[in-house]
Design a protein around this ligand. Sequence first.
Ligand code: UDP
Length: 195
Amino acid sequence: MTKVDVLGVDFDAYTMAEFMQRIKERYQDDKGSFIVTANPEIVMYAREHPDYAQLIDHDADFVTADGIGVVKGAAMLGTPLPERVTGFDLMQELLGWANAQHLSVYLIGAKADVNKAAVAKVQERFPQLTIAGARDGYFDLKDTSVAQVVIDSGADVVFAALGFPKQEYFLKRIKAARPHTILMGVGGSFDVLSG
Ligand code: UDP
C-alpha cells in the first residue's frame, strides 16, 4: 500500500529517498510534481475546509508526513508511514538535486529581508542553481499578477514559503499554467534557512 489515510488526508508511504526517486523519475518523464508537506495542523484544517482537502486530494502529486504527530497517528491506526519527511529536509534534498541538474528556482515567501537572506544562502550553498526570481510573501492571493510573474519566469522549481493554505492555493495556480514544474509549499523554511 502506498497511500495511508490519516483523518481524511492520504499520505504517501515513502521514505525521503523514495520521494526523491519518484520526483526525479517524473521530472525525467517531463512531469512536474506538486508536493504538500502536511503536518497535524494541515490535517485538521483540511477536515474543516473541503476546498483545501480537495486540493490535497486532486491537485497534489505527493503528500509527505511533516510532523511526528502524523507518523504516530498513522502507526496508531495500524497503517504506519516509514518516516517523517519535513518540508525543510525535502527542500534541501531538492535543492541539492536541482543544483546538480543546473535547474532554475523561484523562491517566493516570508518577509522581504528573510527572503533576501534565504536567497543568499541558497546561492552560496548551491552555486549551480539559477535563481529565476524571488520575492516576499506578503501579497493578496486575489492579485493574480504575482503568480503570473512566477509563471513567466519559467522556473523549473518553485518553493513557496507563504504558510498554509495560502502557499498551496498559490502553487495550484502555477501548476495549472506550467504543469511540468516542481512545486512545494515550505511554510517557515525560509526563516530557518536565513537564520
Ligand atoms: N508568510 C508569508 N505571507 C503571508 C503569511 C505568512 O510569506 O501572507 C510567511 C511567514 O513570513 C513565514 C511563513 O510564511 O515565513 C509561515 O511560516 P509558518 O511556520 O507559520 O508556516 P507553517 O509551516 O506553519 O505553514
